[in-house]
Every structure is written in C-alpha cells, then in structure tokens.
Write a protein that binds this ligand. Structure first.
Ligand code: SAH
Length: 375
C-alpha cells in the first residue's frame, strides 16, 4: 500500500487511540500488517484499501492481528466479558429473508410465541444467574407491537437495574420511539450487507436495503445504543461487499456489531450454499476491534456452532460479549435460524459455570453488570 497517501483520521482518534504497549513493539512483515497498524492508529480506508486488506490476508496476518486486538479489548474492558440473556420470544415472522430458517415461507417451522408471564419468568431466572441485560429477539409481527410496549414497561419496572435490548426487525419509527420511551435501551438490527445489490440477492423485493438503512438511522436518532452487523460468507458475498461493510461500520459508528458465519438452513432457498469460515470471521472480529476499539462485539452463537471453541477464539480475537440462551428449553429447538444452531451446553444460560470456567481459562471473567457501550 502507498504509505504516502494522506490519511483522514477517525473522529475518535484522539480520545480513544491510546494504544497498549504491544503495538509499539509490533514489527509488521507484510502490507496487511502495516495496514492493520494504520487502522489501529485511526486511519480511514477507502473501499479499495479495505478490499486489498481482505484479499491479501494470510494466516500470519491473523497471528499478527489477534494479540493486538486482544490487547485493545483488555485496554478498554479489562478481563470483563459481558453476558446478555437472550430470550427468543417468538419465531412468528412476516419477513422472508432468503437465508433464514424462520422466514415466512418456511412452512415446516413450528411457530410459537411466548406469553408475557413466560418472558418475565425467563428474566427472573436470568436475574438470579447474574444477567443484567436481557435481549428480546424475535420475528417481525406488527400485530404484537403494543403488547411489546407493555412488556418493556413491565420488565423495566421489575428489573430497574437491567438493560433491555430489543431485536425485532424493521418497524415504523413511531413504534421504535414508543418502545424507547417505555424503557428499551438498545436495539439490534443487522444491516446484513452494506451493498444494495447484494442485499437484493438475500431478500425478497419487498424488503429493501433503503428501508433497512432508514431503520438503523432512526434507531440511532431516537437514542438507542444500536447494533448492526452482517453474516460472514453469506451467499454471493465478495471481498468488495465486505469492504463496503467495514466502510459502513467506520462511518455509522454503531455501539455494537454482531457478526457470525452464514450457516445454511435446509428449508430455505439458500440451503446449498457453504457456511462462512471460522478463519474469516475471526479475522473480521479482530479488524473490527481495531476499527472501533470500544465497540461491543459478541462472539455469536453461529461462531460457536461452526467450531467447538468458536466463542473462545472469538474472545481471543477481540470480542467481549456472549449471549447465552435464556429461552424456555422447550421452544429453543424451534428458533432455528440455521441448521444445528446451538442451544445446549455453554450456549444455555443454566450452564453459566461452564462458560465462566472456559472464560477463566483464557484470562477473562463474566461481569455481573449492564455492560453498556463505552462509545
Ligand atoms: N427478526 C430479527 C431477529 C432474528 S434474525 C431481525 O431481523 O433482526 C437475527 C439474525 O440472525 C439476522 O440478522 C441474521 O444476520 C442472522 N441469521 C439469520 N439466518 C441466518 C443463517 N442462516 N446463518 C447465520 N445467521 C443467520
């Protein structure tokens, strides 16, 4: 890469770019490694530069990256890994995303919706285990908007020291606003891909990239801590698309970024595409930590699904959030976004002690707190 290119600095370059000592002693051997150091120092890359970074990366570049991204996570978050209790409250969905196992057109999915009492019971069980953030995730069903408002009010009343995250897809701005005013703190809505043509390959014509982006901007304007993100290795994804995703993250500056490998689901049109890889997912996690040092970055269930040590490897690459499943055991098997989705073992909230042991083994610990974004 041309070192003489004039570089724009990230807006937070001054306040947040206190790099840990390991950066000063790093000796870059490749262009990719040089680029990673520039990124950590606050450089803003063009699409072409992002593409080159992704295209030229080699295993040695990941080995160079992970100690840096891990040190940066430690510098901002210490040994803390934040846990979020994930309550998959319904798989009833009007959306028809071509990759997703709970899409409307999948008639083999057994549909369910948890009652208000079931959801409050999940929160109570989670609270006793040490969760101070609950994530209500579910399909899109506009008919349930107002019952969700009442539920948000009740959860915040019963658990005032907890943060509440919603992840329920695209809604009108007025609905997002009502949920926020009722007390919801955060919202997760992955942008899925920053490239409009690629978005159109993954969604039916009535679901547009423009609407997805408008939703994300509304959420931020309203005042939510916002999470966006994308699948790694989604069908048709190229390095240029990923470059657009990284450029979008740099510009949008979300509080959270959820990424995980695409995994095919047998009852969807994209069933025969290969899953995204561990290698690329980890490289992107590390890169995102350098790009947005204070971002909340989950090691996702999908990452744990493609590799038995996926989540620990994700943490070691720079992730700092894990979202164990708090849903009632009998519905977990029905929230199948993709084949073989994990919902037992360390993925299950009841097995927090196993998770704690695995985190301790890599120098981390579970933090019992809301775990708000520092951004
Ligand atoms: N309806 C909500 C939440 C459920 S889907 C929403 O749209 O936000 C949550 C996320 O799961 C999606 O954003 C998508 O990125 C991911 N997902 C869906 N199907 C997947 C698959 N086959 N492989 C990997 N991730 C998938």
């Amino acid at each position: 890469m041309n070192a003489s290119i004039h570089r724009t600095q990230n807006p937070d370059a001054n306040e947040n770019r206190q790099l840990p000592p390991v950066f000063a002693s790093a000796h870059p051997q490749t262009e990719v490694q040089q680029q990673l150091l520039q990124l950590a120092a606050g450089a803003v890359f063009s699409r072409a530069e992002w593409t080159a970074l992704l295209r030229q990366r080699q295993p040695a570049d990941s080995e160079f990256l992970f100690p840096l991204s891990e040190a940066l996570r430690q510098a901002h978050y210490g040994i803390n890994v934040y846990i979020r209790g994930l309550i998959e409250f319904t798989n009833d969905c009007k959306g028809d995303c071509l990759y997703c196992g709970i899409r409307r057109s999948n008639h083999s999915a057994k549909r369910y919706r948890l009652t208000k009492q079931q959801i409050l019971d999940c929160c109570l069980a989670g609270y006793k285990l040490g969760f101070r953030t609950f994530v209500l995730q579910g399909g899109e069903n506009p008919a349930a908007d107002e019952s969700l408002t009442r539920l948000v009010l009740q959860i915040k009343q019963r658990f005032p020291d907890c943060a509440l995250t919603l992840s329920a897809g695209e809604r009108p701005e007025a609905v997002y606003r009502r949920w926020f005013e009722a007390g919801a703190d955060r919202y997760l809505l992955r942008h899925e891909t920053a490239d409009p043509d690629h978005y159109a390959m993954l969604h039916p014509p009535q679901q547009t990239w423009q609407r997805r982006m408008a939703c994300l901007h509304s959420l931020k304007d309203i005042g939510y801590q916002v999470g966006c993100g994308f699948m790694v290795g989604s069908p048709g994804q190229t390095d240029e698309h990923l470059a657009a995703d990284l450029a979008f993250l740099q510009e949008f500056r979300p509080h959270m970024v959820g990424i995980g490998p695409f995994i095919p689901h047998k009852d969807t049109p994209l069933r025969s595409y290969p899953a995204g890889t561990l290698e690329l997912t980890l490289f992107l996690l590390g890169t995102i930590r350098l790009l947005l040092p204070q971002v909340l970055l989950p090691a996702t269930t999908a990452l744990g699904t493609i590799h038995p040590q996926g989540r620990e490897l994700g943490i070691r690459a720079g992730a700092n959030v894990i979202m164990p499943n708090l849903s009632p055991a009998d519905v977990r098997g029905n929230y199948m976004l993709y084949d073989n989705k994990l919902h037992t073992g360390c993925e299950a909230a009841e097995h927090l002690n196993d998770l704690r042991r695995r985190l301790n083994a890599i120098g981390c610990d579970i933090a019992v707190c809301r775990g708000d974004s520092l951004m």
